[in-house]
Design a protein. Structure first.
Lengths: 222, 76, 240
């Protein structure tokens, strides 16, 4: 079972490596979209520093969203999803493995690019550690919830447009606690409660979303 | 009369109270009317189809008489 | 459980319940609005604008109750594969979305004189906005498939994920709004409520519930006929 789990991850990572452009695109989108904000609100350093955590989080959320559609779609279309369903590995674990691979190829690169944005936005670098820690706890939640949305819309008309509508409302808690932690660090308030809540959300989603995602895949393949 | 105007003025909040109530009534009755119209339309179509189906079955039961063109007409 | 799955039987029961539900809704709404507009007193702080509460608060209750009802119907549909539960969930979500929309607009109309703005990022209103989006997602997913069965199944899973998330969203939004708005914000639930205000509120709320029951039964009936029409169309195509 463990080997099956690792096999799914390894396969997805190999595919992602072969199509490196996809992962780069998400990071590029992340940086590019964030770089638009100074044009929108003006380059005033204090203002940029104040809104930096919020912008980094919102843009990260959108970048993850962008990458969700292809999470199951290619496997759905070429039939490998059906093989996954027939394999001895429980589908819930297979979903978890695919989510982990998705996070390694989107969430992790975004975290790596976040310090660059922090610098561009004049963010007080004392808060950088907390920002990264919060993203480390928060972005897996984005991948997990997103996987359910991606699985539910397989074979739907306008599936790609539907995913944001389904997933964005469910991203609100991760966004609130993620930004809250970074803001608290920057303003010298206690960071722990925000991070604990972020972790709690992750734990709940870690249980709920593989179940829901597997159910969604089963009905998509029926 | 003064009492009536005072009532409609709602202590100066008329511009907020009446639109709230009006919109509530509008949305609720709009949803009800849309539901009823959809239901009536579907009931009518079902009745037509069933009548057509019954006719067809009756024709099919009395075999050779009906020429092929006529049976086709019975279908919408 | 599947006793009620028989469409004819359901329609028979629905036709028996409908007159009472519709009549009760009309009576309760007439009495409730009469009490709310003529009998209940104006609030000593908010004046006559407090009368918006009598539609705003029951709408908010309905928006929440209907989502829970959808989640329950979805669970029944997924576990027992009960066809009527699917139809009940499908019939409910436009009504719930309507009430969520009413909550938002009446909240805005109430907020304008109280807060001085058309929109305040207050915890309750913001949660309701997210609930409204959840309804829209549910409706969109329900209708996104050629095969209606897939739409039912997918929307059921979404509703269950949604109902698990709602308390988390509610908590996070409350947390967020207390962080950003320290005090002094007028909250849209009125002060401690006096019986002369509570009764009209409860009667209007009862009227809304009966209205929901009426409309949902009508919509399920309508869906049943639509399914029968689809089957007949299919038979025609195969027959010709």
């Amino acid at each position: 079972m463990v080997s099956g789990f690792l096999l799914v991850i390894a396969r997805d990572l190999r595919l992602a490596l072969r199509q490196r452009a996809d992962a780069w695109l998400a990071v590029l989108f992340f940086v590019l979209t964030a770089a638009l904000f100074p044009f929108g609100v003006g380059p005033e350093p204090n203002l940029l520093a104040r809104i930096a955590p919020g912008i980094i989080w919102v843009v990260a959320l959108l970048a993850v969203l962008l990458s969700l559609e292809r999470l199951f779609l290619a496997d759905f279309e070429d039939g490998s999803l059906e093989q996954l369903l027939l394999s001895p590995l429980p589908l819930e674990l297979a979903v978890l493995a695919k989510v982990l691979a998705h996070w390694l190829t989107t969430g992790l690169p975004l975290i790596a690019a976040a310090p660059l944005l922090a610098v561009l936005f004049h963010m007080d670098l004392a808060g950088l550690g907390v920002l990264l820690l919060a993203m480390l706890l928060g972005t897996p939640t984005l991948s997990l919830v997103g996987a359910v949305g991606a699985a539910l819309t397989l074979g739907a008309r306008r599936g790609g447009v539907l995913i944001p509508l389904l997933v964005l409302p469910l991203y609100v808690p991760a966004l609130i606690f993620g930004v809250g932690a970074t803001d608290a660090a920057l303003q010298g308030f206690a960071v722990r409660p925000h991070l604990l809540l972020l972790g709690a959300v992750l734990l709940v989603m870690l249980v709920v979303t593989p179940l829901a995602g597997a159910a969604a895949l089963r009905q998509a393949l029926e | 009369m003064e009492k009536v105007t005072a009532f409609f003025q709602m202590g100066g909040y008329a511009a907020f109270v009446w639109p709230s109530l009006g919109l509530t009534v509008a949305v609720m009755s709009g949803l009800l009317i849309a539901t009823l119209r959809q239901l009536r339309g579907r009931q009518r179509r079902l009745a037509e189809l069933e009548a057509a189906g019954a006719q067809r079955r009756r024709r099919a039961a009395s075999p050779p008489a009906a020429p092929p063109g006529e049976t086709r007409e019975a279908r919408p | 459980m599947h006793r009620f799955a028989n469409p004819a039987r359901f329609t028979r029961i629905a036709d028996r319940v409908l007159p009472f539900a519709a009549g009760g809704a009309v009576l309760a709404l007439a009495l409730g609005f009469y009490l709310a507009l003529f009998v209940s007193p104006a609030d000593y702080q908010q004046g006559e604008s407090v009368r918006i509460m009598y539609v705003h608060v029951p709408s908010a209750w309905m928006a929440m109750v209907i989502y829970v009802a959808i989640a329950l119907a979805s669970a029944v549909a997924l576990i027992w594969r009960h066809p009527l539960a699917d139809l009940a969930a499908k019939a409910s979500s436009p009504i719930g979305a309507g009430f969520a929309f009413l909550t938002l607009v009446t909240g805005s109309l109430w907020g304008r004189p109280m807060w001085g703005t058309w929109w305040e990022w207050d915890g309750r209103l913001t949660s309701m906005l997210i609930l409204f989006f959840l309804y829209l997602g549910h409706m969109a997913l329900m209708n996104a498939f050629e095969d209606s069965q897939r739409g039912y199944r997918a929307a059921s899973i979404l509703a269950l994920v949604g109902v698990v998330n709602i308390p988390i969203i509610k908590f996070s939004v409350d947390w967020w709004s207390t962080l950003h708005q320290p005090t002094s914000v007028m909250r849209l639930d009125g002060p401690t409520i006096h019986p002369s205000m509570l009764w009209p509120l409860l009667i209007v709320a009862l009227g809304f519930k009966l209205y929901y029951l009426t409309v949902v039964l009508l919509r399920i009936k309508s869906e049943l006929i639509a399914a029968r029409l689809r089957a007949l169309d299919l038979a025609m195509v195969k027959g010709s």
